[in-house]
Design a protein around this ligand. Sequence first.
Ligand code: DCP
Ligand code: MG
Length: 406
Amino acid sequence: MDQIIIHVDMDAFYASVEIRDNPELRGRPLIIGSLPHERGVVATASYEARKYGVHSAMNIKEAYRLCPNGVYMHPHFEKYRAVSQQLHAIWDAYASASETIALDEAYLDVTQMAGSWERAQVFAREIKRRTLEELHLTCSVGLAYSKSAAKTASEEKKPDGYFEIPTAEDFVRLILDRDVRVLLTVGEKTGEKLHRAGIRTVRDIREKQQEVVRLLGKQGVWLTRLAFGEDHRRVTPYNPQDAKSIGREVTFQEDVSGRPFLKDVLFLLALSVERRAARVGLCGEGVTLKLTYADMKGITRSKRVASTRSAWTLYREAEGLLDRTADRPVRLIGVSLTHLSDQAYRQLRFEDILHDGAAEEEKETQAALLRLGERYGLDFAGNLDKVFRSDTLYRTIEYMRRHRKG
Ligand code: DCP
Ligand code: MG
């Protein structure tokens, strides 16, 4: 078996913590969020309150209309954060890699530590038992061959649930006739788009693959794969407290005026970011441009992008951000890839199928590198390893600054 993954998700997390700490609330419909006379929404509701139709993100007035006898309470985030750390500490002990998705949710890669499916079953039971005994809270656990399946499995028997999906065949059998929204990454918007095209179930996706790809592009390719149970994404060790971006910046010896040179530097920085991201196997879904002007005033501009680490794409996005800033003398420029995840593998597979993307981006990167070298009389392509050593990058850019034309 390639991977064995556990997905854990606490039941009605904020509400359960409050009930645990105040037993008088037990058995009553509890709504955590705004209070009925305030503006705002429901953060979460106890399962008793859900029976009235109350759910997360619902307008609080609507919730009050549905459940006037409920107990309404503001959230206590500090408390939930503290509990979250205790939870993750228990769970992490069973995994070689753990990926924190939310305060109350994580993917655990138990492939190596368990070594077999049977032992992973023991781990899953242990996680439920210890979470209850040590923290007096219930969670739902999914055990599966992939991240998507593990997530679906943990939702399957909520609350206090446990469910297994050992193989892709099991997964497909389970979801085949369910709404497309069962697939990870299908939100309201995508769901509607597919529905309008008459694609309602996972089965429809399998039967209308070309249509799905035409409608949704890369995401469509991902969905058609998923509809066959294919999901090779790894559990990426991730903790929101850890660094969230890979970036590179440079401070010039002398302030720089004029866009063409800044863009050349930006491209070089993007290349460096691509290399770093590749080394740690990460892609990002955000690009941030950072500028400090000569007067020390600093700005950052960010944008969400489809998962990538391509220098060319990074550069083009950052260039777009730069074009929309004031053209004043610049002291520092930087670019970073943010919202990191391990989707490199997935991404490459998309591109292979679509015959564009990665290969095209790589071609563009190489061509841009060649043009850059010609502009400054430097052999970048043959020297990249050296150029990107931090001291050399700095000196190379200074050399470029002095030898720029225009
Ligand atoms: N949350 C929020 N606003 C949302 C969704 C969630 O503030 N729109 C908060 C409150 C939840 C916590 O995040 O308690 C965890 O979110 P979940 O989606 O896991 O929901 P619950 O744990 O509350 O319930 P479930 O048993 O369905 O997992
Ligand atoms: Mg939860």
